[in-house]
Design a protein around this ligand. Structure first.
Ligand code: BGC
Length: 769
């Protein structure tokens, strides 16, 4: 009785607290809106259009030519919605003074930057963090990134990038969470929470911009910026869920993509920006274009001229023009001509002002410069980054338990560390990591040297240089740190190769660090071939031919063609672009101070010609278990080299006792699934328990498998744990092309649970009407 009373009083207090929090949020939103409306009442049309403009943070001759004012003059005369590409706090303060001191209404500028996986402490690239299958870790990493960026005056990041990428030729696969909508949604949510905190506007946080809306990852042939053709059912079921998850987590803004989506460029696509975003999802924040994308509507052959581009982008639902200055030049005339109403302009400007108010920019427009070092030099951030590397790397092969290596010199007296990325620093950051204000980076060579100390001798050889045949847009720009390795002639390359092989011969084992420089993956970094380019394959084969045991460490942004290595190299560790603490985190794993538990967020193609490859494809008339040589390609197996969700550990796990609480249940019932996971090896480790479903028939063909649950669980040696999953409406529904609606259908379903997408532990259930 007493317990019941105490319980009801607790419930009452909890409800009261929830009500109070909601009330406070509603009040503060109302105050924000009223302050924005006050400002709007005082603003001229030109001042409003300036708020709809994101200015480039440096001189752009075309911008000035078109508008008759430099970006700085615009900020001074009319103010500015935002400025991008300024990462230096001193510069940020200088710009801010222009708007706050000199523009008529003193509205502060919102500074935006690509803080994709770190500002000063660079975390592993997003594809690496997704490989951790650990949303909490990802949230923690992005909250460090947010704290550092905010301290330096950046209140808005252009992330998370949540584009589903099924084609490894596409260079931007590294910026996202891979091929799967469910994992992608989990990573999108985690990143938004990390960047923004629980509520937009919290201290030490920044506003997120989920991008690139939408379908950019489906660029034809994996060629960056090329058109995407995606049927509506794939948009809803595959490409849009991570965006929805980011918005549900509160993402304040959306960035529209560059490419044509089904023949209408995303930045002028009303279906995307209005029907999906505002109508279906009730999004209340604002949309910024990708860089220059409003002007690019002309280049696409979609808009006749700047006037038409302005009209098409604005009326599609795009609030802010990134860097092209097209709105600035043409929007006032559109209003004067009556094609766009003042009401529409106000509705577009309001969320921008509201974001500035919620972010506290009116109270604190300036960077507190003396405080910055304290934030950037927090040693805890480096620890978080190191742990993130340990949790992100994926052990792809470990024949005969070659890893972990012994650092005590009992078995190994000397190590050759070889390869064009072995002593790399900036390359470990990825292109976006290199473009903020990165602090020092630990190379893999240094990480290994520090790990073994004087106990083991470490000798380094670079091997031949690697470079892009067609240079990157971002290459060798004096103000940017992205430097390509110099091209070598055949003689120089041969000498470098011979030296490397000699070093391999002189040492007990060889650790080869191969892959892609920062410029070889990322924006404008698509490739037709996934090979280990520039002599790296030859180097690998030559070192293996010495007979020394070889560990291959891959630094890259996408799966590469390692079919040969997968047969001939005993240990392969995928570390992606691991960031500032890359060398330390990788050495921790190589020498067993951390046990790898990363799992692939993408299916690993056998050759370039098999891309795109993804696990959640539909069944065909030739079933999966038909010999794949006969039914698909005849020159290569149809399956990936490593399946989605795959990753090894220094221990082993078993999965059994799969239980479902119902064999049959009505549509609308939640199904509970449980499975026992046991650590069957001799050391502690993390298992990534993955649940997949398949709907056997229905109003549309459904993918052969779909990830619908995962948990990363730590298990001491020999320990066992029961892991629980719930399959509810979210997991069981799909957007049916037959009914053009979200449906949960009364059908037969399969369930598999295990350590990757080929899991064999099976159960089934039926949903009934
Ligand atoms: C990229 C975006 C990025 C923007 C601003 C564009 O080229 O596509 O992802 O946020 O530049 O740097």
């Amino acid at each position: 009785m007493f317990r019941d009373a105490a319980k009801s009083s607790l419930i009452f207090r909890l409800l009261a607290l929830i009500f109070f929090v909601h009330l406070c949020v509603a009040l503060s939103l109302a105050q924000t809106e009223s302050k924005a409306n006050d400002l709007l009442r005082q603003m001229t049309l030109e001042e409003k259009v300036a708020q709809l403009t994101q200015l480039p943070g440096f001189q752009v001759p075309e911008f000035t030519q078109q508008n008759g004012l430099t970006p700085e003059e615009v900020a001074r005369k009319y103010g500015a919605g935002s400025v991008l590409w300024v990462s230096d706090p001193k510069e940020i303060n200088r710009w801010q003074h222009l708007a706050v001191d000199q523009s008529r209404l003193h509205i502060p500028i919102l500074f935006g930057l690509d803080v994709i996986h770190g500002y000063h402490t660079i975390f592993p690239s997003p594809i690496a963090m997704a490989s951790s299958w650990d949303p909490k870790m990802v949230e923690a990493a992005q909250s460090v990134a947010a704290r550092e960026a905010r301290a330096a005056g950046i209140a808005w990041t252009f992330g998370p990038m949540v584009d589903i990428a099924r084609d490894a030729r596409w260079g931007r696969m590294m910026e996202g969470a891979g091929e799967d909508p469910y994992l992608g949604a989990a990573m999108a949510r985690a990143q938004v929470l990390g960047f923004q905190g629980a509520q937009l506007g919290g201290p030490n946080h920044v506003m997120a911009s989920v991008k690139h809306f939408a379908g950019y990852g489906a660029a034809e042939g994996g060629r960056d910026y090329d058109a995407s053709y995606i049927p509506e059912e794939l948009m809803w079921n595959v490409y849009l869920p991570p965006f929805k998850a980011a918005l549900d987590a509160g993402a304040g803004t959306v960035m529209s993509a560059y490419m044509d989506l089904n023949d209408v460029p995303a930045s002028g696509n009303r279906w995307l920006l209005h029907d999906v975003l505002r109508d279906a999802w009730q999004f209340k924040g604002f949309v910024v274009s990708d860089a220059n994308a409003v002007h690019s509507l002309i280049t696409h052959g979609y808009a006749r001229d700047g006037q038409d581009a302005t009209y098409k982008a604005f009326s599609a639902g795009l609030n802010m023009d990134m860097a092209s200055g097209t709105y600035l030049k043409f929007l006032p005339a559109e209003v004067q001509a009556g094609r766009i109403s003042t009401q529409q302009i106000d509705d577009a400007v309001r969320p921008i002002l509201e974001a500035k108010i919620r972010l506290g920019l009116f109270e604190h427009p300036y960077v507190d410069e003396p405080l910055i070092p304290q934030v950037l030099n927090d040693p805890q951030s480096q620890q978080t980054a190191r742990a993130a590397v340990q949790r992100s790397v994926v052990l792809l092969r470990n024949e005969g338990g070659m890893l972990p290596l012994d650092k005590s010199s009992k078995q190994i007296k000397s190590i050759a560390v070889i390869g064009p990325l072995a002593d790399a620093e900036t390359d470990l950051l990825s292109m976006w990591g290199a473009l903020t204000k990165p602090g020092p980076t630990v190379s893999i060579l240094r990480g290994i040297k520090e790990k073994v100390g004087s106990a083991v001798q470490v000798e380094f050889a670079h091997g031949p240089n690697i470079w892009r045949d067609i240079p990157s847009l971002f290459e060798n720009i004096p103000s940017l740190p992205l430097k390509a390795q110099p091209k070598q002639n055949a003689e120089e390359a041969k000498k470098a190769m011979d030296d490397a092989v000699a070093v391999a011969k002189q040492n007990d084992i060889a650790v080869l660090v191969l892959g892609e420089t920062d410029l070889m993956s990322g924006e404008a970094a698509s490739r037709s071939s996934l090979n280990l380019s520039g002599g790296q394959q030859e180097l690998l084969e030559a070192v293996v031919a010495t007979g020394k045991p070889v560990v291959l460490v891959l630094v890259n942004g996408r799966p590469l063609d390692i079919s040969w290595a997968a047969e001939h190299v005993p240990a392969i560790l995928e570390v992606w672009y691991p960031g500032s603490q890359g060398g330390n985190g990788v050495a921790d794993v190589l020498f067993g101070d951390a046990n790898p538990a990363g799992h692939l967020p993408v299916s690993w193609p056998r050759t370039s010609g098999t891309a795109p490859v993804y696990y959640n494809h539909n069944l065909t008339q030739a079933p999966e278990d038909a010999p794949d040589f006969k039914s698909r390609y005849w020159d290569v197996r149809n399956t990936p080299l490593f399946p989605f969700g795959y990753g090894l550990s220094y221990t082993t796990f078993s999965f059994d006792n799969l239980k479902l609480n119902h064999a049959e249940a009505k549509v609308g019932t939640n199904l509970e699934v449980s499975v026992d996971v046991a650590n069957t090896g001799g050391r502690a480790g993390d298992a990534v328990v993955q649940l997949y479903i398949h709907q056997r028939a229905g109003s549309a063909s459904r993918p052969v498998r779909q990830l619908k649950g995962f948990q990363r669980v730590s298990l001491p040696a020999s320990a066992k744990k029961t892991v629980h999953f719930t399959l509810g409406k979210e997991e069981l529904q799909f957007w049916s092309p037959a009914t053009k609606q979200w449906v949960v259908e009364p059908e037969q379903f399969d369930v598999w649970v295990g350590g990757d997408s080929t899991a064999t532990l099976h159960g089934e259930f039926r949903l009934t009407r």
